[in-house]
Design a protein around this ligand. Sequence first.
Ligand SMILES: [Mg+2]
Length: 247
Amino acid sequence: MADDQTRNAPPQAVSVDAPPQAVIFDTPPQAVIFDKDGTLVDFERTWSLPSVRAIRAAAHSPAAAAEAADALGLDLETGRFADDSLFLLGPNDACDDATRHLLDLVRYREVLDAESGRAVAPMPGAEALLDLLDGRGLPRAVMTNDSEAAAIRQLTRLGWLDRFDAVLGFDSGHGAKPDPSPVLAAAAALGVPAAACVMVGDTGHDIDAGRAAGMRTILIDPDRRYPGLAADIVVDDLDGIVAWLDS
Ligand SMILES: [Mg+2]
């Protein structure tokens, strides 16, 4: 009974500095499901300048460019996205719906895909984490609200495509985060029960999807932008996950 009560207790957000894995898992995680942007891929370096160029190339007018950038949560002058920007949180089709009267969307996607495909940059610590997962034989997937094709293009550019066992986008047939369906589909693709998976992400959508799927969750939040999220652990960066897995 005590064990059941412990198992059913709500997770506590705890510092990675203190708890070993046993605090979070009865047994070590058997698979990892990653968000892409801001988690494995440096969001600003990958998307800021490409987005500015794509909007300017595809807008029907300068005023339309400004309105589209505003709808997406992008500052056209600085290239910075707001923390709650639609571009950051929404699936691509929601971004398209918000801007289709302002942009030539075919041209926008063409420029954005080409430019971001060239600009894509890894987050620090990603290689070390993938090496650790390789060493442990832990399967892993990417589930992103970006498109599956863009994710595959970026992972290929980074030389990582064969380091993931599954890649799912918002358009892979299972919906988008924060719905749990696509992360459950990722777990199914890996052949690992959801409860034995850990979901790693940098926004509330990732943590909400993972929790709703019955997974343990790790939030990467160096600036503590999401103090109210009930992630199982909060880390500053991917090195923090390596440290936790080694604990
Ligand atoms: Mg993200």
